[in-house]
Design a protein around this ligand. Structure first.
Ligand code: NAP
Length: 490
């Protein structure tokens, strides 16, 4: 990348999901100059990318929205993907960020230019420069597809749920679907009725609790519109109830027993066959993996056109899959509901800091940051939904808004102190991460007897936040300049 004279934006934001859009809206409101780039064809982030049948958020609608843009129009208690996308598009238009947005524009590289105290970005639509870089790539944006022996020989269609192939609705098809996580649990009840055969490759059964979703009637929506306080109260109540689950996850397991009983009763009610019940009963603690909500999963997987395979896939052939016991099954389509690689985001290979090394080179598979947001050696970089910020119990939008407030205060502090550069002190980052890992060590994620995507390739939990969300809010309320090395304009 050449260092050339060009317009230097105050802020460049990468990614137009909840985090990037939220930041853009706040900057727009403040009158700060920014550019927002998004590799997708539209705003929405994960909600744009994931269009699989049944895609729905498992956090209630009244909590899953920006605090500054509550939406009285949610028509379900838990929002469907299309409505979330509509909401985010509406926010982008309503708050005037689209004129600052470049869609179908992918970040190819970003490097810190020390002499100029700015970031230089190489994108698929040309170069950009900015004083501050906000990376908001989303945590679940890099699909994970297992490398199955023989997969390259397969003659049918094969795709990941995050890249759903809508060219065929699968009617009358024989499908093998790998996975039994949050995504599979939503997809399977939607597609099973129209398939000729579904071979469900379930490696580990999930804990499933009844789904409390229901339509929000227009009388209620009218009420929310006329009396916004009502929706705020509902949001507050949902928030408080969910927050109480953090006690069980990170402090006292007895708080999780109620949900385990709920899940066991759900299984007993919906699966009469004791042998099948046994195969569907998890052998790890509830909440160790993400808990899933569904009323349709157990009925769908007991349908006569479904067989559950627990022995894994040993080989893929031109028109079939062979399971771990050597049984061959003819199929037309192979679907991977196999999750994501949150600790191996491609953007980490593309962002190069003070010493020219990429985040991926520094992290070596175990992402680390201060408050999940700033990384030593990467001045003026704010990473959204970064290391150890994911939740098992509440809305990530709440965490993102905390990060946005922190980022805005960082910009404010720079202006106030005449600083052109901030860089988190290495000892601060190290102490913070030590604390996070220490607290995670006793959490249900680390000790509940399961493997999950919360663990990176080095076996470290670099994904989960070990406490209450209000603690994170408190810690990010102001930009703690003393934790940083601030430098004036060179
Ligand atoms: P996931 O929870 O990581 O589940 C992936 C599934 O694929 C697991 O059942 C895993 O089995 C299985 N798998 C992986 N490799 C396999 C292989 N080689 N053979 C057979 N099975 C294999 O992924 P996800 O379901 O896409 O969900 C990821 C996250 O996205 C969720 O935890 C949640 O945070 C988010 N999400 C949220 C919603 C929602 O809001 N409702 C919906 C979808 C996703 P093992 O368990 O044995 O590893």
């Amino acid at each position: 990348m050449d260092t050339v004279r060009r317009v230097v934006h105050d802020v460049a934001i990468v990614g137009a999901g909840f985090g990037g859009l939220g930041m853009a809206i706040r900057l727009k409101q403040q009158g700060t100059d920014f550019v927002l780039i998004e590799r997708g064809e539209d705003v929405g982030g994960t909600w744009w990318a994931n269009s699989y049948p049944g895609c729905q958020c498992d956090i209630p609608s009244n909590l899953y929205s920006f605090s500054f843009a509550r939406n009285p129009d949610w028509d379900r208690a838990y929002p469907m993907r299309d409505q979330i996308l509509e909401y985010l598009r509406d926010c982008a238009v309503r708050f005037g960020v689209l004129p600052h947005t470049r869609l179908s524009c992918e970040l190819l590289g970003a490097r810190w230019v020390a002499d100029e105290q700015r970031w230089e970005l190489e994108t698929s639509t040309g170069p950009l420069a900015a004083r501050v870089l906000v990376a908001a790539p989303g945590l679940l944006s890099e699909p994970s597809t297992p490398s199955l022996p023989g997969l390259e020989r397969f003659q049918g269609r094969a795709f990941h749920t995050a890249e759903w192939d809508h060219s065929d609705d699968l009617s009358g098809k024989r499908v093998a679907l790998l996975g039994a996580g949050a995504t599979a649990v939503q997809v399977v009840p939607e597609i099973q009725p129209r398939l000729r055969k579904l071979h469900l490759f379930q490696r580990t059964p999930p804990w499933v609790i009844p789904h409390m979703d229901h339509p929000v009637h227009h009388e209620m929506r009218d009420l929310y519109r006329r009396i916004p306080l009502l929706q705020r109260l509902s949001r507050g109540l949902i928030y408080a109830l969910r927050e109480s689950q953090a006690v069980g996850i990170t402090r006292d397991r007895r708080w999780l027993k109620g949900q385990e009983l709920n899940a066991r009763l759900h299984l007993r009610r919906q699966v009469p066959d004791p042998e099948l019940r046994r195969r569907l009963t998890p052998d790890y603690e509830i909440f160790c993996k993400r808990i899933v909500l569904s009323n349709g999963w157990y009925p769908a997987i007991q349908a006569p056109n479904v067989d559950i395979v627990s022995s894994g896939v040993s080989e893929v052939r031109e028109h079939s899959v062979v399971d771990g016991d050597g049984v061959e099954r003819e199929i037309d389509t192979l679907i991977f509901a196999t999750g994501f690689k949150p600790a191996e985001l491609p953007i980490a290979e593309r962002i190069r800091g003070r010493d020219g090394r990429s985040l991926a080179e520094v992290w070596e598979g175990s992402p680390q940051a201060y408050l999940g947001t700033t990384v030593t050696g990467y001045p003026n970089l704010l990473f959204f939904y970064g290391p150890n910020l994911n939740l098992g119990h509440s809305s990530i939008v709440y965490m993102l808004e905390s990060q946005i407030a922190y980022a805005l205060d960082a910009l404010h502090t720079m202006r106030l102190r005449g600083a052109a550069e901030f860089d988190v002190r290495p000892e601060v980052q190290a102490a913070y991460n030590e604390e996070v890992q220490e607290r995670l060590a006793t959490s249900v994620w680390n000790t509940g007897g399961c493997g999950s995507w919360y663990f990176d390739r080095n076996g470290k939990n670099s994904i989960q936040w070990p406490g209450f969300t209000f603690e994170y809010r408190r810690r990010t309320r102001r930009f703690d300049a003393e934790s940083y090395r601030l430098a004036p304009a060179a």
